[in-house]
Design a protein around this ligand. Structure first.
Ligand code: PLP
Ligand code: COI
Length: 345
């Protein structure tokens, strides 16, 4: 199939219009048929619960073209499960996994020409969205929901690509509360993080790193990605990532990297990770679907006038590079997908 005329190698992580999106509506207690639309707009009740009270959740997953020209989607059942978890968290109707998968397949099939070519470094990002669409004035969950997915060809989330970034500690902001919605992928968490992100960007940082809201001592995650750190010991390599089941999003990328790290013989540890321990680590990274791995070279603690430095600004660390290459090689089909993480569309 002929590809769309896009400058594939220079795509940023941004919205590009494609031909179609898919939608499905939940009314009278059941999901309807999947519909195809070529409009970028949705028609919403002015009192929609999603608009007023933020009842909405979203997902993000990527589709890659392999050397063989086939489209591969990465771990979409995990995204379906996480959207169901978000639904539980804020009382929305759940999208059955079959419907989620059918919708992803459909929207990708309809927009095949927007799948970036193998080797371009770009991918097709699918954005499933679930909103409480019903109109209501009193505070409470909607009875009606809209599920939609659009796609957009994207480049790297951090403009630096696979180059080390610097992060600012969000000492004066929290993304979520200890018993709040941090583990759900709901829009409110992101709106709550805009101000910290703006402050960080104004000061020249790529993004922020959050500490746990209760103690302001342990690392939570970055704005759009989980955090990991690597320690190289004489006879072993250790991958440590925060265990904060209630406050951070369970990243599918992080879960995959932990498995890859384990297979490489590294020791993988999920535990509370104190900020101050970071002095003992050799590498650090932010990981997520959009971010893939963004190596971190500096974390700045402004209030304590302290920098945590990992390697150099110029080049990603050795272990982060190995992990990044392995993950991408699985996603694009360059190496065997021994875990069955990839499905062909
Ligand atoms: N943490 C947050 C807050 C995110 O928005 C994301 C992105 O989805 C992630 C972590 C990474 O999760 P995943 O690897 O499943 O994309
Ligand atoms: C993703 O990685 O899919 C995300 O959703 C992060 C961000 C773009 C919101």
């Amino acid at each position: 199939m002929e590809k769309a005329r896009l400058d594939w190698g220079n795509l940023i992580f941004g919205y590009t219009k494609t031909d179609y999106n898919v939608r499905c509506y939940y009314r009278d207690g059941k999901w309807g048929e999947l519909e195809v639309s070529s409009s970028e707009n949705i028609n919403l009740h002015i009192a929609s619960v999603s608009l007023h009270y933020g009842q909405q959740a979203f997902e993000g997953l990527k589709i890659f073209e392999g050397k063989d020209g086939k489209a591969r989607v990465f771990r979409l059942e995990e995204n379906a499960k996480r959207m169901q978890l978000s639904s539980e968290g804020i009382l929305m109707a759940k999208i059955p996994t079959d419907l989620f998968k059918k919708a992803v397949y459909k929207v990708v099939e309809l927009n095949r020409k927007f799948i970036p070519p193998y080797g371009s470094g770009a991918s097709l990002y699918a954005r499933p969205l679930l909103i409480g669409s019903g109109g209501k004035l009193g505070i409470g969950p909607s009875d009606e929901f809209m599920f939609a997915i659009f796609v957009s060809p994207v480049g790297p989330y951090f403009k630096e690509g696979f180059k080390p970034v610097s992060l600012l500690l969000a000492r004066n902001h929290d993304r979520t509360a200890p018993l709040g919605t941090g583990r759900y992928k709901v829009g409110g968490n992101y709106a709550a993080s805009f101000i910290a992100m703006k402050e960080a960007k104004n000061k020249g940082f790529s993004n922020v790193l959050y500490l746990d809201a209760l103690h302001k001592k342990y690392i939570d995650e970055c704005g759009p990605a989980n955090f990991f750190a690597i320690k190289k010991e004489e006879n072993k390599i250790i991958y440590v990532t925060p265990k904060a089941d209630k406050t951070i999003l369970a990243s599918i990328t992080n879960k995959s990297l932990m498995k890859i790290a384990e297979n490489l013989g590294y020791e993988v540890i999920r535990r509370e990770l104190e900020l101050e321990e970071l002095d003992n680590f050799d590498e650090a990274g932010a990981c997520g679907t959009a971010a893939v791995i963004s190596p971190i070279w500096k974390i700045r603690d402004d209030e304590n006038n302290k920098n945590y430095i990992f390697g150099t600004k110029e080049k990603a660390g050795e272990i982060s590079t190995i992990l990044y290459n392995k993950l991408l090689a699985i996603q694009t089909g360059d190496i065997k997908d021994e875990h069955n993480w990839v499905e062909f569309i």
